[in-house]
Design a protein around this ligand. Structure first.
Ligand SMILES: Nc1ncnc2c1ncn2[C@@H]1O[C@H](COP(=O)(O)OP(=O)(O)OP(=O)(O)O)[C@@H](O)[C@H]1O
Length: 711
């Protein structure tokens, strides 16, 4: 018997998922230039076997040889252009048009545009494809399946692996596809096809009946029918299934020759050997080392081009993604500057002014223009009257608005019921007692008590109550200065003896917004790319696009590089948008170099993108990525120091907070904004170092994962 070449040999293959044994000492041989129909019930391991053949999964034990090499080995061409793979899922980008989907794979295989167009026209008419401009997501299930098949056929590969290509197609089209497969097999292409329509495999040269991870039979359809004395393959399959455990298991020793079918499994071939189609499709065996290297470089360039065009198409045809990437930074920065960090305004305070109530004009006395609150006497003393009115004036200048109450009980009850934030009380003798207290120093307890302004606060609202306290202190300061001036005394005499000079950095009256802005800008630029990246990548993976591209030969590194390049452009746009808004729109100071600030923001965006990539390779679903993202972003924001200073955290936690991606960089950016610090200052270069460290660590973890886990 003649020794014939084999396209695929699987030997003693074992594969389990946890406790589940999916392939069980499986042997399979596919001759070059034949159609092999792989049959079996759902879940019997067909897809698993195919993914081991195309090099996307590895066996636990056993051997696979494909087109003379081991899948995944350097130079084997598998995964790569020698194989055309149609997975069970559609595995095409929804934003592709029908033409884009086919061209994407054509580009990956390095096909010229003219050749791709010819093939597309041919496959369009063969498979009755929808219009080339229709988006995949708008095609019906059957149409998507046909486009998916066209994408596997575009480069006329040596080996076609088709996982249920005819599901959901009408009988005429199924017949047409089988006729096409028979034709290409005649020209030398090897086809492995799985199907649930057992009957259609009559047209295959050989069929393998797979059940419980074992091949129950592997022969030509006619031979199977003859051996089992059945009229239909379905009948034969049933007989075999029933007899499965009664047939003694065949176990030949492992072969070491990948190109030759073991003698025991040779069958007569009815076809001539395969003709090569062109340089892309042919084997690389005849090429010199230099030619191989040039070819490999050209192919890599085509793959970059294909992935680049795919990402652009995906991005441009995804309005949500565009809005998220370009408009969200603007919306978030504007929302922050409009809403956060500004002083509260028009805070209502309950005021009980007994001094005014018992005056001849009642509460109206404070509004009288002829009210004389101070009177400088000849002996140099100063008479004080209705000073509460002055205090209230100063208080209103500080955004605290008085609401008049008649008694302290009523005022306190208004605070207790949440109507107002604070209650304030002036005693009937307030001015007189204050005068005595200032003039004599030592006064009776009663006088001392009457000279006090009594305040009751609702301290549950931390920001508001501290703001009111601060404003009352300021009102007191300006009130006493005014009184002292009116009494011809030095205005600072009754101030607290602490003098605040002009600050070394920052404004005398800084707003919280200036402190928070650097941290907020960094969190936004970190957060957006990480969400976009993880969503796109997980989407690609779940839809099978990543997997399918990998079988076509695209390396994870190539996907990563293209994504980094494209996201970098988006991050540059986001950085510019945010800086223009912060500096020009909202007057955030920029005392340091704008370029250094921009570079730090850009690098933070890159770090966020790498973080998103990390989520996408370690999380198996959008939901899991969402949980991890939310679970990690909150601590990062809470601990980065923009909400509460690190000095308020315990020692261990503080060190942990410092190691987070935007704690130190936020300080660096603030120092550049407010103090004009430069890259030579440790506060700034530390921010850059932390950012680089995060980028390298996340990239390392990504590459590690991609290296050791293919799917
Ligand atoms: N990644 C995985 N992790 C765990 N179990 C898996 C995994 N992939 C497949 N399996 C299990 O392995 C078995 C074989 O799956 P496989 O997809 O290979 O079957 P199949 O023959 O292709 O089925 P179908 O005809 O329904 O597509 C199934 O029971 C499936 O649940």
């Amino acid at each position: 018997m003649a020794v014939r070449e084999a396209a695929v040999i699987v030997e003693c293959a074992n594969k389990s998922y946890g406790q589940q044994n999916v392939l069980n000492d499986l042997d399979l041989t596919v001759e070059k230039g034949t159609i092999y129909g792989l049959l079996g019930p759902s879940g019997c391991g067909k897809t698993t076997l195919l993914s081991c053949i195309v090099g996307r999964r590895s066996l636990d034990s056993g051997n696979v040889w494909v087109l003379g090499g081991k899948p995944g080995e350097k130079g084997s061409g598998v995964p790569g252009p020698r194989v055309g793979y149609m997975p069970q899922d559609i595995a095409l980008v929804g934003e592709f048009t029908v033409r884009d989907a086919v061209y994407y794979f054509g580009r990956i295989y390095g096909m010229e545009h003219k050749k791709m167009t010819e093939r597309f026209e041919f496959l369009s008419s063969l498979l009755d494809l929808p219009s080339g401009n229709r988006l995949i997501k708008n095609c019906s299930g059957g149409q998507q399946r046909r486009v998916s098949l066209a994408a596997a056929l575009v480069h006329d590969p040596e080996l076609l692996i088709l996982d249920e290509p005819t599901v959901g197609l009408d009988p005429v089209l199924r017949e047409q596809i089988w006729k096409f497969l028979t034709d290409v097999a005649q020209q030398g292409t090897t086809v492995i096809i799985t199907t649930h329509y057992i009957d259609e495999t009559k047209q295959a040269h050989k069929i393998g009946l797979l059940r419980d991870g074992q091949l129950l039979a592997e022969d030509s359809p006619d031979e199977i029918l003859r051996k089992f004395e059945c009229n239909t393959l379905e009948e034969a399959f049933l007989k075999l299934a029933l007899a499965q455990y009664e047939i003694p298991q065949r176990r030949p020793p492992p072969t070491v020759s990948p190109d030759v079918i073991p003698e025991s499994r040779q069958i007569e071939s009815v076809y001539e050997s395969r003709e090569t189609f062109n340089a892309v499709n042919g084997s690389t065996d005849v090429l010199t080392k230099k030619e191989k290297s040039i070819r490999s470089r050209n192919l890599s360039r085509s793959r970059y081009k294909a992935v680049f065009i795919k990402c652009i198409q995906q991005f441009c045809r995804h309005p949500g993604g565009l809005i998220f990437s370009i408009l969200f930074p603007i919306i978030e920065v504007v929302a922050f500057f409009l809403a956060v960090g500004h002083d509260p305004r028009d805070l209502q305070i309950a005021v009980v002014n007994e001094e005014a109530v018992f005056s001849p004009f009642g509460l109206d006395i404070c509004r009288r223009s002829d009210l004389q609150t101070t009177k400088l006497l000849k002996d140099g003393t100063c008479e004080l009257y209705m000073l509460g009115c002055w205090f209230l004036e100063e208080m209103e200048n500080k955004e605290l608005v008085q609401t008049v109450y008649n008694s302290t009980e009523e005022a306190k009850s208004a605070v207790a019921t949440g109507k107002l934030y604070a209650a304030l009380h002036f005693a009937q003798n307030f001015s007189e007692a204050l005068g005595l207290r200032v003039a004599e120093g030592e006064v009776a307890d009663r006088t001392l008590a009457e000279s006090n302004i009594r305040v009751w606060l609702d301290m549950t609202n931390h920001q508001i109550s501290y703001f009111i306290k601060q404003q009352l202190h300021k009102a007191y300061e300006s009130f006493t200065k005014r009184v002292m001036r009116a009494c011809d005394r030095p205005e600072n005499i009754i101030q607290i003896p602490v003098n605040f000079h002009d600050p070394i950095y920052g404004k005398k009256e800084p707003e919280m917004v200036g402190y928070m802005a650097p941290g907020i800008l960094i969190t936004i630029i970190f957060f957006l790319p990480s969400v976009v990246t993880s969503t796109l990548m997980i989407g690609d993976r779940l839809e099978g696009v990543w997997e399918r591209s990998a079988v076509a030969g695209v390396r994870p590194r190539e996907m990563l590089n293209v994504h980094i390049a494209l996201q970098s452009v988006v991050i540059v746009v986001q950085t510019i948008e945010m800086m223009v808004l912060a500096f020009a729109g909202y007057g955030i100071p920029s005392r340091g170099s704008n370029i250094t600030c921009g570079i730090l923001l850009f690098l933070q965006g890159l770090s966020g993108m790498c973080y998103g990539f990390l989520l996408s390779v370690y999380c198996t679903s959008h939901t899991m990525a969402f949980f991890v993202a939310t679970g990690s972003f909150y601590p990062m924001i809470l601990l980065c120091g923009i909400l509460w200073p690190l000095e308020g955290m315990s020692g261990g936690l503080r060190y942990f907070a410092l190691a987070l991606p935007f704690t130190i960089p936020s300080n660096s950016l603030r120092d550049m904004f407010e103090k004009g610090a430069s890259i030579t200052d440790s506060t700034v270069y530390n921010g850059f170092l932390v950012t680089f460290l995060w980028i390298f660590i996340t990239l390392g973890l990504i590459l590690l994962r991609l290296k050791y886990k293919k799917t």
